[in-house]
Structure formats: structure tokens, C-alpha cells
Design a protein around this ligand. Structure first.
Ligand code: SF4
Ligand code: SF4
Length: 120
């Protein structure tokens, strides 16, 4: 028992100091979506294939574009798989906690996404 106690004393902690220390995410992590309006051809396949119905196609500057409801999203990234133009990519941004659901709406606006949960 003493041997076990001593070995535990000198072990690295299993927990991290997040949020005081920035958390490292593993390679391939699926965080908040990044949408590139320049690549999008308005086909709507991302919206059609989203299993959580988290993508709404909306009209922006005369072009149909995906609007993401992150409160519904399960971060499966089927949308990116279905997109023929690679216009949806994942990011490492995961701090999406919000008090209001409206803060979890990612609106496509011109060439960028707008929303209070925008990547820092
Ligand atoms: S990651 Fe999955 S749930 Fe989220 S918008 Fe894309 S397809 Fe829908
Ligand atoms: S699948 Fe890709 S190209 Fe089609 S509407 Fe969605 S983001 Fe645009």
C-alpha cells in the first residue's frame, strides 16, 4: 500500500487546469463549423443530410446559404461529408456555452459567418 501511495504522489495529475490553462484538443476534433461562402454553390445537401435538422437554408444577398443552429447540432459533421465543394470545415473551437439559444445561431453573411459564438 505504501508503494502504491508513493507512486501516486509523484504521478502527473489526471485533470487539467482548464479554463485557467487553454485546453488542448485532439487531432481531428470536431468543433464549431467554419463555412466558406465563396465555395458554396447553394445546393442544400448539407441541410438535407443533417440528421439533427440543424441547418436551415436562408437567403443572404440573393444567395441561399446554410444557417447553423448549434443548439441542435450533434457535431457529427455529416454536413461536411455531404458538401460537394468542401465549404464546411470543422474548427477546434468548442467553448459554445450560452444562456440564450439565439446566441447559438451561426448566420452566413457575405463571405463570413456571424454569431455571438463566433470563433475567438
Ligand atoms: S455537424 Fe452534424 S448535426 Fe451539426 S450541422 Fe453538421 S450534419 Fe448537422
Ligand atoms: S452542401 Fe456545401 S455547397 Fe451545398 S449548400 Fe451546403 S455548404 Fe453550400
Amino acid at each position: 500500500m505504501i508503494k502504491e501511495l508513493l507512486s501516486q504522489l509523484f504521478k502527473k495529475p489526471a485533470t487539467s487546469k482548464y479554463p485557467f490553462v487553454k485546453a488542448e484538443v485532439p487531432e481531428g476534433f470536431r468543433g464549431k463549423q467554419v463555412y466558406d461562402a465563396n465555395l458554396c454553390i447553394s445546393c442544400g445537401l448539407c441541410s438535407r443530410d443533417c440528421p439533427a435538422k440543424a441547418i436551415e437554408m436562408v437567403e443572404v444577398d440573393g444567395k441561399r446559404s446554410p444557417l447553423f443552429h448549434l443548439d441542435l447540432c450533434v457535431f457529427c459533421y455529416q454536413c461536411a461529408e455531404s458538401c460537394p465543394r468542401n465549404a464546411i470545415k470543422s474548427s477546434e473551437f468548442f467553448e459554445l456555452a450560452a444562456i440564450n439559444k439565439s446566441d447559438l445561431v451561426l448566420k452566413p453573411e457575405g463571405n463570413a459567418q456571424k454569431g455571438k459564438c463566433e470563433q475567438q
